[in-house]
Design a protein around this ligand. Sequence first.
Ligand code: BV8
Ligand code: ZN
Length: 297
Amino acid sequence: MSPSSDAQAFRDAFANSKRVVILAGAGLSAASGIPTFRGPNGLWKTKSSKLFATPEGFKEDPSGVWQFYHYKREGCLSAQPNAAHRAIASFAVPAVRSRLMPSLQEDKLPLFVTQNFDGLSLRALDELSDQLTPAEIKLARERVIETHGSAFKTICLQCKHINHTFDSPLSPALAGITEQNAGERDIPIDQLPRCGGPDWKGSNRWGRCGGLLRPAVVWFGEVPEGMGEIAKELNWTDLLIVVGTSSLVHPAAGFAKTIKSRGGKVAIVNLERSEGDSDADFLFIGPCEETLPLLLK
Ligand code: BV8
Ligand code: ZN
């Protein structure tokens, strides 16, 4: 049976769902100006994912990879959440949940798994500070899993310290790097982001070690974040909403099949057809920044 595009039937299924998971990909942030990976002008068209999204690539060319992530981080910092981010963030508001999802088990917030590392979904939650208490925002943020990591976290290769920072540039040598000139400079490794920051002098007062940092994003062959919590949640999920992903990258691409195999429903909101979408229960083709707010009104 082919997927339904009946918005009211989707709203009814949504209202009857006890446990909801939302999975998002690059299409969620497209309207915020963040390029997707595999679209017509996708990132992987211009850059090789082998170099920029694998641990081997980083080992081979840490200078090139840091330049790539520097301008990606800058892009994410200057981007704003769009209407689709805000529609999903609105589930954190109790009145929205009771209107849209009155059957939620113990009013459990949907688990939101994003493959994006741009931080925009968390920023959309922070924007609700006029409607939610800090405790409610904290609770909602804990239900967001950035399963492919975050552009705003770094890991030290030496002491494994994970640092969360919006500072930019992470080292003076990266200042002025843009998409146009990235890779032109060969930045010496000791001028790349170091543990303890650019003014690291020996073991400074934070006890940081000065080791080389890497972006805390999940590269190919690496274990995505939150897999245990996600697997547990998928056991109970009766509705998975998939937004803005080509559904080509595993294990996220396999969530829909898991839900279907357990009798749950799958709704896909995507600009164009995506891998495996004919098995979905609902399919809404269009820009999610327009379709999602309409579906969730
Ligand atoms: C894992 C981070 C084991 C960095 C990314 C060989 C060796 C090892 C592993 C594998 C292997 N062969 C296969 C694998 C598995 C591999 C994989 O799936 N490969 C694929 C390509 C075949 N996966 C992994 O390696 C993963 N790890 O398997 O570990 C394991 C597994 C389970 C449990 C324990 C251990 C790690 C995957 C993470 C890789 N990291 N990037 C960086 O990007 O800089 S991948 C990259 O793809 C991004 O993270 C991105 O999030 C992800 C998915 O892409 P999308 O978000 O879907 O973006 P895309 O452009 O493709 O599509 C956008 C969609 O939006 C389009 O459909 C478009 O139509 C739509 N759209 C556009 N605009 C809009 C819109 N929709 C709505 N509205 C709009 N306005
Ligand atoms: Zn360190």
